[in-house]
Design a protein around this ligand. Structure first.
Ligand SMILES: Nc1nc2c(ncn2[C@@H]2O[C@H](COP(=O)(O)OP(=O)(O)OP(=O)(O)O)[C@@H](O)[C@H]2O)c(=O)[nH]1
Length: 231
């Protein structure tokens, strides 16, 4: 990789933070699926339980992720899921490079609405936007060894969408999928890391460079025994 190109990508032409290449990433999905919570978990490593206060309008957080030793700057926009803000958020789709589309595994209508969200995305976003489907509020336990046993407990008394249903829908649309928990942090970093890797790969693409496929990456990470607990 040409060092000058890499430096310019990471630091901007004059090393001004504001001139870094910014990858605009948007969180979308029904109200209450956990978009704000996912972003707070990723940005601050915490979950604030308690009463739900719906996002009004839209706001963003800048976050630098180091991918394979390269600094990737994500500008992550948190949108309001409520219908009345939809026309506002559509305007932001156009220059988005990535979209994280969330549903809540304990809320069937949030899953049923995913097709409508994808239709909107295809209508308003760029054709090559990176899309990742996330089934949030899945609380797998962090403890290894007891994983299988505790998986049975999961949140199954609340879960209404099976993981396989998320997988099937994602496969139908050709997008990567994973379950996350904004509460425990499960897969939160992995989701953003996968997006950052894909965007960096596209930005620095060169014909003889390494091949990268976000879906393959996500699937390989999901197979790791350590996956989903510490990430
Ligand atoms: N148990 C559990 N609760 C969660 C999780 N993520 C979010 N919540 C809760 O779900 C509720 C809604 O979360 P938000 O992050 O505000 O949802 P949102 O998608 O940003 O909602 P809008 O701003 O209206 O679009 C809050 O009470 C959160 O505490 C999770 O992973 N597990």
């Amino acid at each position: 990789m040409d060092q000058q190109r890499l430096d310019s990508y990471q630091w901007g032409p004059s090393r001004d933070f504001n001139e870094h290449v910014l990858h605009k990433t948007i969180l979308v999905g029904d109200s209450g699926v956990g978009k704000t919570s996912l972003l707070v978990q990723f940005d601050q490593g915490k979950f604030i339980p308690g009463s739900f206060s719906a996002t009004v309008g839209i706001g963003f957080t800048n976050k630098v992720v180091t991918v394979d030793g390269v600094r990737v700057k994500l500008q992550i926009w948190d949108t309001a899921g409520q219908e009345r803000f939809r026309s506002v958020t559509h305007a932001y789709y156009r220059d988005a490079q990535a979209l994280l589309l969330l549903y809540d595994i304990t809320n069937k209508s949030s899953f049923d609405n995913i097709r409508a969200w994808l239709t909107e995305i295809h209508e308003y976003a760029q054709r090559d936007v990176v899309i990742m489907l996330l089934g949030n509020k899945s609380h797998r336990p962090p403890a290894e060894g007891r994983q299988w046993l505790l998986l049975q407990a999961d949140v199954s008394n609340e879960r209404v969408i099976r993981s396989e249903d998320g997988e099937t829908l994602a496969r139908e649309y050709g997008v990567p999928f994973m379950e996350t928990s904004a509460k425990t942090g499960m897969n939160v970093e992995l989701a953003f890391l996968a997006i950052a890797k894909e965007l960096k790969h596209r930005a620095l693409w060169q014909p003889d460079g390494p091949h990268f496929q976000i879906r393959d990456f996500v699937e390989s990470q999901k197979k790791q025994p350590s996956c989903c607990s510490f990430l």
